[in-house]
Design a protein around this ligand. Structure first.
Ligand code: NAD
Ligand code: MLT
Length: 540
């Protein structure tokens, strides 16, 4: 009897289907083109759904998500999946971003050559039995500057191959590390306008985001050299289609190659009328190898995720704890504990949470930025957020939905980095603001591999960030701590460790580790001690 049910709703290469079918614990239903109503009815009966771009996974569809745990997209683009709706349901969204990189790269290069030499038009002309060599005067790519917008997997792979054609690749990508461009031998432009002015051929390889929609419009095309060649094998609408039409019609653009459209299929589209615009029906990923690649990757990832094994490419989990270096896993756990502690020592309605990573340890980012999701926090911020929220909201908070839940609750989240703080080298800082108060917590991992909370506001501590503590705050005057000890002793509660910090003549806070639990009646007894301001059990 199979344990997991998987539904495949688009044409997936047979190699991927075979991997699913050959697993004894998986039962697969392959229903490409399944009617929407049927899908809405049955989606909650499956543990995972595997799609390509043919199935839109909307919030409405996910309303009855039932037992659904995974949405697997066999490809890169996630524009057909409502990631936020999935995240709020705790459903993992994963893609197979590396499976079709070469396929898309080769189409972009093919488009470049086809456009520069007008190969499709020459082909069509000869098939009409014309022999018109003069009409097909082309442009040489050798020695030309190739402007690449988006230096990710495909952009980088195009750059490497374009060098083989003798082109000079330059790139604009505000999110890529300078070291990547250096490694690829690509000059990185700080401003898009500089790239546009310099290139003879432009190719875009960004995802579709609010920032990249219409990134290349009439203004940008006007900045370019006359006779530029333009290629879009990424997403329709990154280059404004009306502006491209005008520029190609006027001859400003020598020729363009377009694989993707704002609306697909494009139907009767003005761009299709122009002799110098060459089009293909979104076939960037359509090679035997590309389709096999994404199908195999997604099938394996889905199986691994269902069985609780390590897997890659989940886009709404910004990281995996297990994929962080060992030391960073300790910081990750510390951040979670700090979030939990902050939630338990703070009164009032949470308004803002600011997480700061201090020191050289955090200089580089951990994990790739995912453009398809609105939040791109570092793992430690998400961990602190999860720790904080799981004690203040009722639903199950996961690493997937923590950032979304924060936004739903109007909790302003801010993530920063700093090279130093006070006398500390590597430190995590968590500031929480509510409508009534504000607290700042600091913590670090010592060389003994133990995460400790070093301070809470002005109170210096060195408290191990794990386990349960009796937390109390009192006026700093003689006798109070003794009376707390007496109450605990009278109730047969043994003290295992004591962390006290005070501001002389002001207030003191204590975190007491205990051998036994503190019942609420004992907490009431403690709160009756004169000068004791707060007392509660905190669990980290
Ligand atoms: P990727 O995530 O590896 O790279 C995208 C790059 O774009 C990143 O380096 C990112 O920093 C950069 N970027 C994001 N916003 C930017 C901005 N505002 N300005 C400049 N750069 C920005 O993705 P990839 O795998 O290389 O895919 C690139 C695109 O190609 C995606 O849109 C994908 O959906 C598309 N794609 C299309 C086909 C096809 O069939 N035509 C096939 C595969 C991929
Ligand atoms: C992708 O994003 O992977 C490509 O556009 C191909 C596809 O949509 O399947």
């Amino acid at each position: 009897m199979a344990t997991y049910r998987v539904l495949v709703t688009d044409n997936l290469a047979p190699e991927g289907i075979a991997i699913l079918e050959n697993d004894a614990e998986i039962s697969v239903d392959v229903r490409p083109g399944i009617p929407r109503d049927d899908l809405a009815r049955c989606i909650g009966d499956y543990d995972a759904i595997v799609t390509r771009s043919g199935t839109s996974i909307t919030a409405a569809l996910l309303e009855n998500s039932g037992r659904l745990k995974i949405i697997g997209r066999a490809g890169v683009g996630l524009d057909n999946i409502d990631i936020e709706a999935a995240s709020l349901k705790g459903v993992i969204v994963m893609n197979a971003p590396t499976g079709n990189t070469i396929a898309a790269t080769e189409l972009a290069l093919g488009m470049m050559l086809a456009a520069a030499r007008k190969i499709p038009a020459a082909n069509a002309s000869l098939k009409r039995e014309e022999w018109n060599r003069k009409q097909f005067l082309g442009m040489q790519l050798y020695g030309k500057t190739l402007g690449i917008v988006g230096l990710g997997r495909i952009g980088g792979s195009v750059a490497v191959r374009a060098k083989g054609l003798g082109m000079k690749p330059i790139a604009y990508d505000p999110y890529v590390r300078a070291s990547k461009a250096e490694h690829l031998g690509v000059e990185l432009c700080d401003r898009l306008d500089d790239l546009l002015a310099a290139c003879d051929v432009l190719t875009v390889h960004t995802p579709m985001t609010p920032e990249t929609e219409n990134l290349i419009g009439a203004r940008e095309l006007a900045l370019m050299k006359d006779g530029v060649v333009i290629v879009n094998c990424a997403r329709g609408g990154i280059i404004n289609e009306d502006a491209l039409y005008e520029a190609a019609k006027s001859g400003k653009v020598f020729a363009a190659g377009v694989d993707v459209f704002g609306s697909e299929p494009p139907g009767h589209h003005r761009l299709l009328e122009l002799d110098n615009v060459f089009v293909t029906p979104h076939i960037g990923a359509n090679t035997v190898e590309g389709q096999k690649g994404v199908a195999v990757i997604i099938a394996e990832q889905v199986i691994n995720a269902l069985k609780g094994r390590a897997y890659e490419n989940a886009v709404n989990i910004p990281f995996m704890r297990s994929q962080l270096p060992a030391e960073m896993q300790l910081y990750f756990d510390l951040a979670t504990a700090m979030g939990r502690l902050a939630a338990q020592v703070t009164k009032g309605r949470p308004e803002a949470l600011e997480f700061t990573m201090v020191g050289a340890t955090f200089k580089e980012d951990f994990g790739e930025r995912v453009f398809d999701i609105p939040f791109s926090y570092q793992p430690f911020t998400v961990a602190a957020l999860k720790g904080f929220l799981e004690l203040t909201v009722k639903e199950t908070v996961t690493y997937i939905n923590a950032a979304y839940l924060a936004r739903e609750r109007d909790l302003a989240v801010r993530e920063t980095k700093s090279s130093s703080y006070d006398r500390f080298n590597d430190l995590l800082l968590l500031r929480v603001k509510t409508d009534t108060e504000e607290h700042l917590l600091g913590g670090t991992v010592f060389s003994d591999g133990v995460g400790r909370v070093l301070f809470l506001d002005q109170f210096h501590l060195e408290m191990v960030a794990a386990g349960s503590y009796l937390y109390f705050k009192n006026i700093d005057k003689p006798g109070i701590v003794g009376r707390v000890g007496t109450v605990l002793g009278d109730n047969a509660i043994n003290i295992a460790g004591f962390n006290l910090s005070r501001v002389l003549g002001g207030k003191a806070v204590s975190f007491v580790s205990l051998d036994n639990d503190v019942p609420s009646r004992v907490l009431d007894e403690l709160l009756a001690v004169d000068g004791l301001l707060e007392a509660r059990v905190v669990r980290l």
